[in-house]
Design a protein around this ligand. Structure first.
Ligand SMILES: Nc1ncnc2c1ncn2[C@@H]1O[C@H](COP(=O)(O)OP(=O)(O)O)[C@@H](O)[C@H]1O
Ligand SMILES: [Mg+2]
Length: 281
């Protein structure tokens, strides 16, 4: 079966130190990855390991220096570097910071309606479509006329998910999409994403540096190791694992307690990065 999206032998990097500098920082080398139709694939790795770069390449926002990116077996970008409009609609993304990803001037309605404007629907029909999308992500359509930035962080991230679903995508990239939310909201949004996947059959690329979030969520996992994704059969299982995965595991699994103490407390706090909820529901 043709993969939905495939990277083959991708190389990419960035110039370092100013416009005329010749120094280049390699970020991806011989990177390969496949996502099948309807599959949920996790891409793990520490901050700075190139996960978002890989995501931008998959959206066609940047061209790789070398290698191929195929969507449904066809090159993602044409010879002039353009992504066909149908493909652009088919690959949507949700990012970490919903406030940064939306304009403070737009209403909730306008945020969700934006990808539908090209369809030139009659006004009433457009409102009905937006209301339907808001209901799908668990938002009251009555919030439609509010400024998007007056919503809570969790509500606004739901709105961004509704916007991503609006054009009927085949693949949604979730780049640290729940990391900035408080734990309870994270749980609710992960459950919502799992539901949407069952209903709509979309595939996800779930990018995160937090191993805990992929448990029970991803069908397959890759870990960034030496500038390329390496597939791991079971990121929580025993046996040899790539060093980058071992580091991610060490960050969440508490070290053996030195003395018998209040274990529950240690388990909850050891190694976990402090969470900064944007706003509560
Ligand atoms: N637009 C850019 N210009 C220059 N360097 C970049 C740019 N984007 C990312 N980088 C660098 O590339 C490396 C990988 O970044 P990124 O893909 O954002 O990693 P991750 O998402 O895993 O944290 C980092 O060292 C980062 O500083
Ligand atoms: Mg990133």
């Amino acid at each position: 079966m043709t993969p939905l999206l495939e990277l083959r032998g991708v190389h990419h990097g960035y110039r370092q130190g100013g416009l005329f500098s010749r120094r280049r920082q390699p970020v991806l080398e011989e990177a390969g990855l496949t996502i099948g139709p309807g599959e949920c694939v996790a891409l793990l790795g520490p901050t700075g390991s190139g996960k978002s770069t890989l995501g931008r390449l998959m959206l066609g926002l940047e061209a790789p220096e070398a290698g191929r990116i195929l969507f449904e077996g066809q090159p993602l970008r044409d010879a002039r570097g353009r992504v066909a409009p149908a493909t652009r609609r088919a690959i949507q993304a949700v990012f970490q910071d919903p406030f940064g990803a939306t304009s403070p001037r737009l209403s909730a309605f306008a945020v969700v309606a934006e990808p539908l404007l090209a369809e030139r629907l009659p006004a009433a029909e457009l409102r009905a479509r937006v209301a339907g999308l808001m209901l799908r992500v668990g938002l009251e359509p009555g919030l439609m006329d509010r400024l998007a930035h007056r919503l809570s962080g969790g509500q606004l991230q739901r709105l961004c998910i509704a916007r991503a679903l609006a054009p009927g995508p085949r693949l949604v990239l979730l780049d640290e999409a729940v990391n900035s939310l408080d734990l309870e909201t994270q749980g609710r949004i992960l459950a919502l994403l799992a539901d949407l996947r069952r209903q709509a059959g979309v595939a996800y690329l779930f990018i995160t540096h937090d191993l805990r979030l992929v448990r029970g969520f991803a069908d397959r996992c890759y870990v960034m190791q030496e500038r390329r994704p390496v597939e791991v059969a079971d990121p929580f299982g025993p046996g040899p694992q790539p060093p980058a995965l071992a580091a991610l595991r060490a960050a969440i699994l508490p070290a053996r307690p030195r003395s018998r103490g209040p274990l529950a407390h240690e388990t909850l706090t050891t190694g976990a990065a402090p969470r900064q909820p944007i706003q509560q529901f």
